[in-house]
Write a protein that binds this ligand. Structure first.
Ligand SMILES: [Zn+2]
Length: 91
């Protein structure tokens, strides 16, 4: 995980990219307080049961990844493990 600061709202999170499409984001603070964009969404009356996300933060992360400043960690990708699969097949 690497610290990333949203370039729009300044919200600080930890992010890790596993592949082009798979990014883990760990919020360090309550998302609804940290990010004005998410605060607007929650203020609109619906409680976010979804994982909070900020389009600006995603842009920031994508930018960092493109410039090679956010390392893509393919080894930690939750890949299928053949040994655990075969253990399920046992009686
Ligand atoms: Zn934001």
């Amino acid at each position: 995980m690497q610290p990333v600061t949203c370039r729009t709202c300044g919200n600080r999170v930890l992010a890790e990219k596993h592949s082009e499409a798979h990014t883990s984001i760990q919020w360090l603070t309550d998302a609804a307080h940290a990010c004005p964009r998410i605060r607007n969404d929650t203020g609109a009356g619906h409680t976010p049961s979804w994982i909070p996300s900020c389009a600006d933060l995603r842009d920031t992360i994508d930018d960092l990844a493109r410039r090679g400043e956010l390392v893509t960690n393919r080894r930690s990708h939750p890949a299928a493990d053949l040994s655990t699969r075969s253990s399920h097949d046992r009686p």
